[in-house]
Design a protein around this ligand. Structure first.
Ligand SMILES: Cc1cc2nc3c(=O)[nH]c(=O)nc-3n(C[C@H](O)[C@H](O)[C@H](O)COP(=O)(O)OP(=O)(O)OC[C@H]3O[C@@H](n4cnc5c(N)ncnc54)[C@H](O)[C@@H]3O)c2cc1C
Length: 484
């Protein structure tokens, strides 16, 4: 049994902590916020609103990878997953397309809308091949390592390619390319450097298994993982900011943390960090060179409606992406430098699933888009507030175009920016996704084991990539190293 200290209670830290506790190790998890979950949290607002911080959609919670982890942690007995009936709706300058769940259904709908059956087939063959190769990679044999370029042809061939580069070779129709890139903002901004491998793995999983929400909010999953830790003798200390990792020349020995102005020290055989490698090595006072670019942040406008908007506007899409001013990938790329409110965005209407976030008469929605902390820097409190109000007003005015009269139903509105994300997650520049999943950065061996200090490990968005699934997988990856 090892004495394991975990820094940060995001999904990576919680998954690692829950698995390690269940394996019989002594886990102490320290979280600087007053609740566990990181991005996977909810908060309450007056009017009976449980506001979802981060989860819009997660990919199939019953896929093979997650099933093994969730079975081990009894997740399915305690957390209810609800499925959106379609993957997304997207409005381009040319029309509106609804992407159904299921690869065959998606292909059929795309072929009915776009006159490019060859391009559509080639795209789905490619993402399926990449996903298949990736699954096989998890149990790679020595001879496959030797023959990697042949054994994993699609991964090898596309390892340095971007989404745009690949779409440009597969098809000509720009609207089709836009539709296939619709939810890029859930991972990255530019299609020109977004890794086709990351795109393919995430999209294949969404097409194949659908888009899911956690009934009652993502906090339910975080709280369950936390309860596995405490039920197995572990301890979770919140409002505890880890400021130092102690070590000898080569080996971690413990940490110190700050709580209510007091400094406490804990000894550890192993330290698992859910913070970025940059912050972790700074805490350890160890030099760390890294020229990787950071993933994007997101702004989120949380909206509480006085009515259940499904009963007002009827059944519709759960996620609606607004690309309505765009007719090509180049136009999308140009839109990235526009002011926040003019960039592409998504409206997530939680009334379209049994979200459990409000009582039945009311509902919750969010408008979300890419954000950059630079957009908010250098503003004093008053200017920050004024800019937030202006962005909120513009976003609601846009929503009115699709939902006439919706402003009248808004009982609560609150805008979180990249600055807010930074404050609550402590991530550099408020990134929600770790390192950017660019073609040159993604698909490198996951850096879950420190090469500078023995018994220091990393979990979370920094290891495989951002998103619920990669963060959960990273936690399991580290926990398995300590399987008795
Ligand atoms: C607005 C938003 C929407 C999103 N939407 C989706 C979505 O729909 N689907 C999806 O799959 N993903 C989504 N994501 C991304 C996904 O939520 C994250 O990539 C993932 O949850 C990150 O998990 P993590 O393990 O890296 O931990 P994080 O969520 O980054 O949490 C890290 C934790 O560590 C704590 N911590 C850091 N440093 C210290 C320290 N020194 N001492 C103590 N504690 C510390 C932080 O307080 C935090 O609680 C979204 C993210 C955001 C912000």
């Amino acid at each position: 049994m090892k004495n394991i200290v975990i820094v940060g209670a995001g999904l990576g830290g919680l998954t690692a902590g829950a698995m390690l506790s269940k394996m019989g190790h002594k886990v102490t998890l320290l979280e600087q916020h007053n609740i566990v979950g990181g991005s996977a949290t909810t908060f309450k607002r007056r009017g009976g609103f449980t506001v979802e911080v981060g989860l819009h959609e997660m990919d199939d919670p019953f896929d093979e990878t997650k099933q093994e982890i969730f079975d081990f942690l009894d997740v399915y007995e305690h957390v209810e997953f609800v499925q959106a009936k379609e993957l997304f709706k997207v409005k381009t300058s040319k029309g509106t397309f609804v992407m159904p769940e299921g690869i065959d259904a998606a292909k059929k709908a795309l072929k009915a809308y776009f006159d490019d059956a060859k391009g559509i087939d080639a795209y789905f063959t490619l993402i399926s091949d990449i996903a298949h190769d990736y699954v096989c990679l998890q149990s790679i044999t020595w001879w496959q390592k030797l023959l990697f370029p042949f054994a994993f042809r699609s991964l090898f061939k596309n390892r340095n390619k971007s989404l745009k580069e690949v779409l440009d070779t597969l098809m000509d129709n720009e609207e089709l390319k836009l539709v296939l890139s619709t939810n890029i903002k859930y991972y990255h901004d530019s299609t020109k450097d977004f890794s086709i491998l990351y795109h393919a793995l995430a999209q294949y999983s969404y097409y194949n298994g659908g888009g899911w929400y956690i009934k009652g909010g993502s906090q339910k999953l975080s709280n369950h993982l936390a309860s596995v830790i405490t039920d197995h003798g572990g301890e979770i200390i919140t409002k505890a900011y880890v400021n130092k990792i102690e070590h000898t020349a080569k080996k971690v020995t413990g940490i110190s943390y700050k709580k209510k102005g007091e400094i406490y020290r804990l000894k550890a055989d192993v330290v698992v960090s859910n913070a970025s490698p940059m912050q972790t090595y700074e805490m350890a006072d160890v030099d760390y060179e890294n020229n990787k670019t950071l993933g994007i942040s997101l702004y989120t406008l949380y909206l509480g409606f006085s009515k259940n908007i499904k009963t007002v506007y009827g059944a519709g899409a759960y996620s609606t992406f607004d690309f309505s001013k765009l007719d090509s990938l180049d136009a999308y790329e140009n839109s990235l430098s526009q002011p926040i409110e003019k960039r592409t965005k998504v409206f997530v209407d939680y009334s379209q699933v049994d979200s459990g976030l409000t009582d039945e008469e009311k509902s919750l929605g969010v408008i979300c888009g890419g954000d950059d902390i630079k957009d908010w820097q250098g503003l004093d409190d008053e200017a920050y507030k004024t800019k937030k109000e202006a962005v909120t007003k513009a976003l609601i005015a846009d929503l009115e175009k699709d939902y006439p009269g919706i402003s009248e139903l808004i009982e609560y509105a609150e805008l979180a920016t990249a600055k807010t994300v930074k404050r609550y997650l402590q991530t550099p520049a408020g990134t929600a996704y770790g390192f950017a999943p660019t073609a040159s950065q993604f698909f490198r061996p996951p850096e879950s084991t420190s090469d500078k200090l023995d018994n220091l490990f990393f979990v979370g968005a920094w290891v495989i990539g951002g998103g619920f699934t990669p963060a959960i997988m990273s936690g399991a990856m580290v926990a398995r190293l300590f399987k008795p």
